[in-house]
Design a protein around this ligand. Structure first.
Ligand SMILES: NC(=O)N[C@@H](CC(=O)O)C(=O)O
Ligand SMILES: [Zn+2]
Ligand SMILES: [Zn+2]
Length: 347
């Protein structure tokens, strides 16, 4: 018997589309989504409303005619961001959120925040204007073990910020730990995105039998108990948890290197993988909440009008193992199991 599920069209609340040849190569792969929060960590980063508007135009130009993905833009918070500019960009409908990167925490985060006291006035203005803050939740203190950086961030940065500015609405991006799940579950005015890959891999996938650069991302995948905590949160129906793929394409040359960069490219097969994950956890009825309903509720936006259908067939769903971007190739995330769930667009 063919299994199928129909969902409100899903959204991706954390996506890297890059720019130039990479943007042109990857944009259409997110075409099943209604909207996507577009991360601003370009080189140089997206700092102003004008830059966000022109990046949005480049994204729209890169999308094929039949793709209706709506990019929701973000600004990259620095210690010199002016509150008034950011509030104006939000009021003008150019941006939907602001992104905080601790300086040095991840790819293209050098212009991020070092001294959190310096951005406090901006965070207060955001709380007042109802602009959500998306956070890359890892400390950068070299003394903190990389596997502990998310848990320590909660204590040292996230919780103090939330106490100082309680009305600020925060998204803890790409959570990877039980600690993240527990913190978000216990608080208000906070949501969390969970990526596709963190539901599938643990740290063994990166390190056992050789170093596997295509499973390296930040925050780095943790031990199995943490992966299971993420699976439980994603399939729980708790509206605080929603899909942000963090699909983050990099040229293979930059990943397969003595100092390989962080990011997994999951856009092409994300919905097929998620359907399998939720089926395995006997939670297919919870997939629509996670992928299509909880995110809009947090961002105070309507859900999408139309639907997609996921159909499990006897034949595997075909995905490229690599794509080409200009002169480069990019490896598509391999979940390590066959994908039989096909995505059928019903637009
Ligand atoms: N997640 C990653 O490993 N990489 C992201 C940055 C980020 O989201 O932290 C990227 O831009 O490549
Ligand atoms: Zn990040
Ligand atoms: Zn990201």
């Amino acid at each position: 018997m063919t299994k199928s599920v129909t969902l409100r069209r899903p959204d991706d609340w954390h996506l890297h589309l890059r720019d130039g040849a990479m943007l042109a190569a990857v944009a259409a792969y997110s075409g099943h989504f209604g909207r996507a929060i577009i991360m601003p960590n370009l080189v140089p980063p997206v700092l102003t409303g004008a830059q966000a508007a022109s990046y949005r135009d480049r994204i729209l130009a890169a999308l094929p005619e039949n793709v209706t993905l709506r990019p929701l833009m973000t600004l990259y918070l620095t210690e010199t961001t002016e509150a008034a500019d950011l509030v104006q960009a939000h009021r003008d409908g150019i941006i939907s959120a602001v992104k905080l990167y601790p300086a040095g925490a991840t790819t293209n985060s050098a212009s991020g925040v070092r001294d959190f006291a310096k951005v406090r006035p901006v965070l207060e203005a955001m709380a007042e204007a109802g602009i959500p803050l998306c956070m890359h939740g890892e400390v950068t203190d070299p003394a903190v073990d990389i596997f502990d950086r998310e848990a320590v961030f909660i204590d040292r940065v996230l919780d103090p910020i939330r106490r100082a500015v309680p009305a600020l609405r925060v998204v803890m991006e790409h959570i990877t730990t039980q600690d993240g799940v527990d913190y978000v579950s216990a608080n208000d005015n906070i949501g969390a995105t969970i990526t596709t890959h963190h539901l599938v891999i643990n740290r063994n996938h990166i390190l056992v039998g050789g170093i596997r650069p295509h499973y390296y991302c930040l925050p780095v995948a943790k031990r199995e108990t943490h992966r299971l905590a993420l699976r439980k949160a994603a399939t729980s129906g708790d509206p605080r948890f929603f899909l942000g793929t963090d699909s983050a394409p990099h040229p293979d040359r930059a990943k397969e290197s003595a100092c390989g960069c962080a990011g997994c490219f999951t856009a092409p097969n994300t919905m097929s993988i998620l359907a399998q994950v939720f089926e395995d956890d006997v939670a297919l009825d919870k997939l629509e909440g996670f992928a299509s309903l909880h995110g809009p509720a947090f961002y105070r936006m309507p859900v999408n009008d139309d639907t997609i259908r996921l159909v499990k067939r006897d034949t595997p769903a075909a995905y490229p193992t690599h794509i080409t971007a200009g002169d480069e190739t990019v490896t598509v995330f391999d979940p390590g199991f066959p994908l039989y769930w096909h995505v059928e667009d019903q637009a």
